[in-house]
Design a protein around this ligand. Structure first.
Ligand SMILES: C[S@@+](CC[C@H](N)C(=O)[O-])C[C@H]1O[C@@H](n2cnc3c(N)ncnc32)[C@H](O)[C@@H]1O
Length: 239
C-alpha cells in the first residue's frame, strides 16, 4: 500500500473525514442551515439535529416524491425542516411538531429568517396530541413523514403516521441503531426498547415495505428506517 496516496491519510480513514469529503462533493452550501446551527449552539440546544447525509437524503426523497405535504415529528432548532423544505414541491408545506416551547420559538424565528416561514408550520405541544387530533379531523395524507422525537413512542408515531398516509407515502425514522444497542434484547434504555417495539410492529405489517440502514458518520454509529406504504394492489412484492 502506498501511504502517500491522499485517500489513505488518517483523516480519510475516519467516518468524520469521509463524511466531510463526500459532503464537499455532494452537499450544497446552505447559509440557512449554517445559521440554524449557530443559533442552536448559542441557545444551548443539544447537538442532536439530523446528520447532514441523512438530511440530504430527506431533501432527495422529497424531490423524488414531488412532496407537497410533509410531516416532521421533533423540530429542535429547525435543521430537519430546512432539509425537508429543500426538496419540497412549489407550494408545498411542512408541519413540524415540537414539545419544547423554547425550541419551537427558536425554530420559527430561524425558519422565518431563512425565508421558510410560509412553508413550515412549527406546532408546539406533545406530538401524540396533534397526531390524534389530526386523525380525528380527517387531515389529508402526507407524502413523507420524518419521525425524530422521543424514541419511547416510536411505534405510536409510526402507527399514526400510517393512518395519515396514502399508498406511496414514505416514512423515515432516525436513530434506530443507537451504537448497536438495538440488537441488545435486554438493553435497559427505554428509547432502545421503544425502537425495538416499533421494528417488531413494522416487520409484521403487510402494508409497509421497510428496511433499516446502519450509518457511521461524524456523530458515530447509528441508523435510520425507511418505509413506504404499499398500494392497495400490494405493489411489487419484496417479501
Ligand atoms: C432529535 S431532536 C429533532 C431534530 C430535528 N428533527 C432536526 O433534524 O433538526 C428531537 C426533538 O423532539 C422533541 N420531542 C421530544 N418528545 C417530544 C414529543 N412528545 N412531542 C414532540 N416533540 C418531542 C425534543 O424536544 C427535540 O427537540
Amino acid at each position: 500500500m502506498n501511504d502517500s496516496h491522499p485517500f489513505t491519510v488518517p483523516l480519510f480513514r475516519s467516518a468524520a473525514g469521509v463524511e466531510e469529503a463526500l459532503g464537499r462533493f455532494l452537499l450544497p452550501a446552505d447559509p440557512a442551515l449554517d445559521s440554524i446551527e449557530r443559533a442552536s449552539v448559542a441557545a444551548g440546544l443539544p447537538a442532536i439535529a439530523v446528520a447532514k447525509p441523512l438530511g440530504r437524503l430527506l431533501s432527495v426523497l422529497c424531490l423524488a416524491l414531488g412532496a407537497k405535504r410533509v410531516l416532521e415529528i421533533g423540530t429542535l432548532g429547525g435543521s430537519g425542516a430546512v432539509w425537508l423544505a429543500r426538496g419540497l414541491a412549489t407550494g408545498g408545506r411542512i408541519v413540524s411538531l415540537e414539545l419544547d416551547a423554547g425550541r419551537a420559538d427558536l425554530a420559527r424565528r430561524s425558519l422565518a429568517d431563512a425565508g421558510l416561514g410560509d412553508s413550515v408550520e412549527v406546532v408546539t405541544g406533545a406530538a401524540l396530541d396533534w397526531l390524534d387530533a389530526a386523525i380525528a379531523r380527517g387531515e389529508p395524507p402526507f407524502d413523507l413523514v420524518f419521525i425524530d422525537a422521543d424514541k419511547e413512542h416510536s411505534r405510536d408515531y409510526v402507527k399514526r403516521a400510517l393512518t395519515l398516509s396514502r399508498p406511496g407515502t414514505v416514512i423515515v425514522v432516525d436513530n434506530v441503531v443507537r451504537e448497536g444497542r438495538v440488537a441488545d434484547v435486554d438493553c435497559p434504555d427505554a428509547g432502545v426498547q421503544g425502537i425495538r417495539r416499533m421494528l417488531e410492529w413494522i416487520g409484521a405489517r403487510p402494508d409497509l415495505a421497510a428496511t433499516a440502514l446502519q450509518t457511521i458518520d461524524a456523530k458515530g454509529h447509528d441508523g435510520f428506517l425507511l418505509a413506504v406504504v404499499r398500494g392497495g394492489d400490494g405493489g411489487t412484492r419484496i417479501d
